[in-house]
Design a protein around this ligand. Sequence first.
Ligand SMILES: [Fe+2]
Length: 252
Amino acid sequence: MKAIISDVHGNLAALEAVLEDIDSKDVDEIVCLGDVVGYGPEPVACLEKLSYLMDGVRCVMGNHEEAVTAGSADSFTSRAKRAIEWTKVQLFGPEGNPHPDAQARMELLSTLPTIVERDGTFYVHGSPRNHTREYITPRDVRNKSKMKAIFDQLETFCFAGHTHIAGVFTEEGFSTPADLMNIYLTGTEKAIVNVGSVGQPRDGNPKASYATFDGDTVIFRRVDYDVNRTADLIYSISELDRSLGDRIKVGR
Ligand SMILES: [Fe+2]
């Protein structure tokens, strides 16, 4: 069985809680859908914890990895941009004084694949059409031409992250994990399964989100963690906007 995690965003307490939960299940492979860093207060610790996943093809690139390595944060909000600048210093050291691991970290993050295929299933951060940056939100089901164009790019079944909102998109519409009693059975229909976010959920539930997949069945899972620990760390770093701490407490 695989565990699929996404959007850790430098939230070590959430990541550790999820990895502990995964440990208690019959999981033989973890796939990470990107955005390990950005927003959160412990990007280096999260990267180190997951670096074994990044050696090879088990982690795809998120838009935050793209931003810290290629400097492409133009589309980011100002608080996200400030967080990216701070994250870059944590990962690579201040200008003129590179961290001893700067080169290795740059190499690791800048060479992540944008899409991975495993046993006929695809894994991306954003969407099958634009792997790192395109958002597919629940509201998009009303945008028939957008959804059609995206599903036209998809042969079968795909996992994605990026919106931080878990659920299943089919050509018929969107279902939340609650609609599905947390279980989605894959079949012949095309589907895009968003596993939600480990470190910054945005569906009104602050618990860390991830999913397991045994080849047929996706199970959406939520894990409690010490949100206040991460929020307090955010509040202690002036480059990280206080609202980044506030939002993880309410899952928005
Ligand atoms: Fe993200």
